[in-house]
Design a protein around this ligand. Sequence first.
Ligand code: PMP
Length: 398
Amino acid sequence: MGSYLFDADGRRFLDLNCNFTTLIHGHAFGPVVEALTHQIRRGSCFANPTESEIELAELLCGRIPQVDRVRFVNTGTEAVLFAIKAARAFTGRSKIAKLEGAYHGAYDWVEVSQAATPDNWGDAIEPKSTAFYRGMPASVLDEVVVLRFNDVEGVRRLISSNAHDLAAVILDPMPSRGGLVAPKPEFMAAVQESARKNGILVIADEVLNLRQSFEGASARYGLVPDLITMGKIIGGGLPIGAVGGREDVMKVFDASAGRPLLPQGGTFSANPLSMTAGLAAMRHLDQAAFAHLEILGDIVRDGIRRAISARGAPLCVTGAASLFRIHPRAEIPNDYREVYPTPAGATLMKELTRFFAENGIILPQAAASISTPMTQPAAEFIVDVFAGFIDSHHDMLD
Ligand code: PMP
């Protein structure tokens, strides 16, 4: 319940996973339970739109800059898939550019280089497109330009040398698997300018990072995307995804005057259970809730930083707002290549996760998340357990 969960043996854990950052209000959030109970008695899915779909769409369009229109789907994967297809339909081009190591779900084109390794990622200037699974079509690899996060010159060069073929650049403003590293303002500007100059759309994948602020992640980091993909928190714990964006781009989906440029639909898309749960969760995610999350996030990150420097441990922490990530290295990493673990680093992180679990905290590695029911003492407890880890693991940390 709330920010805690209980295992089959009745042990209590502070849950920093919250279903991969979905449950921003924790487990069994009262308003979501109530809204769902009410809705399930009235029906679980219909072919036609429902009021809750319109209300959730209005809420998102009202608070997220650049979202003039929105379409709901069932997962973040689907949101990314439709955003990329929309960019292709809008531009008439097929290639996309993406960041090395970034996760965007299971659409083939965004899986390229998601799991790049030191022996196949190529040089730093022009990263290679690497296959994600055996049998991945070579044509998919040819259709993806791989960029490096925070590499201002690289992004300019690679976007301009592929300018006429690219439909979109897709990026998560703070990629979790790229280390939850803050984007440099000049990197955001370089992506934006190079794309705009060449008629390429910018897709911000905010499936995870919409929680960065009341207005989302792009707004926080000065990016002005053409399309934004959403998911996780906007469904209140039920399956959801959404693609939103500029009116003229979203028009590719518009079926009001016959077959649209890009037909889009799905049997369970915008089902009223996901819509009502999402609406209840998002209505309670007001400015005060974001301020609370920001304060707790700072307590955790600052406390971890203090524990590291007081003990001179070769560790660091990244993240922002309600997200944080601990790294087995002293220097803040720049991108995915620096986040890629050494064998010793992987062993250390495994032990950190085990130690946290032993002390009643579930600590995911890529993105630990704070939920609104969490209290200040709980945030301080995270820091205490972390300090206890350093104090009891000198042998691994020397
Ligand atoms: N994009 C990003 C940035 C994500 O973090 C995720 C899920 N972790 C996805 C897309 C895919 O979302 P889903 O799991 O809902 O398909």
